[in-house]
Design a protein around this ligand. Structure first.
Ligand code: ADP
Ligand code: MG
Length: 225
């Protein structure tokens, strides 16, 4: 059963056909997935106090129903260290199409993974995991399974990645928390099953995993027409 707050977000998002990032983050935190600390500002004073309370450095991202791919319009700035860069960024974002606010988020460190779900007309929701960046784009290093995932499916998906060694401490890099990654996959599968009647696809791109946890730093939920 979907929580009332989640249903309300989906209802309000239907007019755009997708769920804005801050709303998607809300859905995830209600579903047991980890998100960075974040807040949404529309004017400078507010942005500054939010960034200070999250703690610099922060990431700033455009929030607009007209902008699905934020980096394409230079709508993501990472590593903002002070009030001045923050307010300049807000100033620039406010001129972008459909400006509805600036998301300010905590900077997260870790290996970048992609977790996604597609509602296949024949098989129903399919869950994908892959290594972020060139891992997926060039090497097509992904594992796919039908939802709902069982614990063993999650293990097999992670073990099936060619680049798994990069996650377990390759050449002195810190190993990531594989248990947290597995929990993330299972929670995500559960959420996708709950949303399968209303969503076309969900992309968590990236999820950042480190020795402590796995955090969803970007999310796109596309709704059915
Ligand atoms: P897009 O809509 O372009 O996919 P993202 O939100 O994924 O925008 O941001 C682009 C990139 O910025 C991410 O792939 C990630 O590398 C980096 N990034 C975004 N949010 C954070 C964060 N909270 N902490 C660290 N890096 C981030
Ligand atoms: Mg992204």
């Amino acid at each position: 059963m979907l929580k009332k707050e989640i249903r309300e977000i989906i209802e309000k998002s239907k007019k755009w056909g997708w769920v804005l990032e801050p709303d998607a983050q809300k859905i995830f935190s209600l579903s047991g997935l980890k998100t960075p600390k974040y807040a949404v500002a529309t004017e400078a004073g507010q942005a500054i106090s939010m960034a200070r309370s999250i703690g610099y450095p922060v990431v700033a991202k455009i929030v607009s129903p007209a902008i699905v791919h934020k980096s394409d319009v230079k709508g993501v700035v990472v590593g903002i260290k002070d009030d001045q860069v923050l307010t300049q960024t807000l100033e620039r974002f406010s001129k972008l199409e459909g400006f509805a606010g600036m998301l300010i988020a905590e900077m997260v460190q870790g290996a970048e993974l992609i977790i996604g779900a597609k509602n296949d007309f024949q098989f129903g929701p399919m869950i994908l995991i892959g290594m972020g960046g060139i891992g997926v784009e060039i090497y097509k290093d992904v594992s796919l399974r039908m939802a709902p995932l069982k614990a063993r499916d999650a293990d097999n998906m992670i073990n099936g990645l060619k680049a798994k060694r990069l996650l377990t401490g390759y050449r002195g890099a810190e190993p990531i928390n594989l248990d947290a990654l597995k929990k993330t996959l299972l929670n995500f599968s559960r959420l996708m099953m709950d949303l399968k009647d209303v969503t076309e696809s969900i992309d968590l791109n990236p999820v950042m995993c480190n020795a402590k946890s796995c955090i969803v730093v970007d999310a796109r939920i596309m709704l059915k027409k």
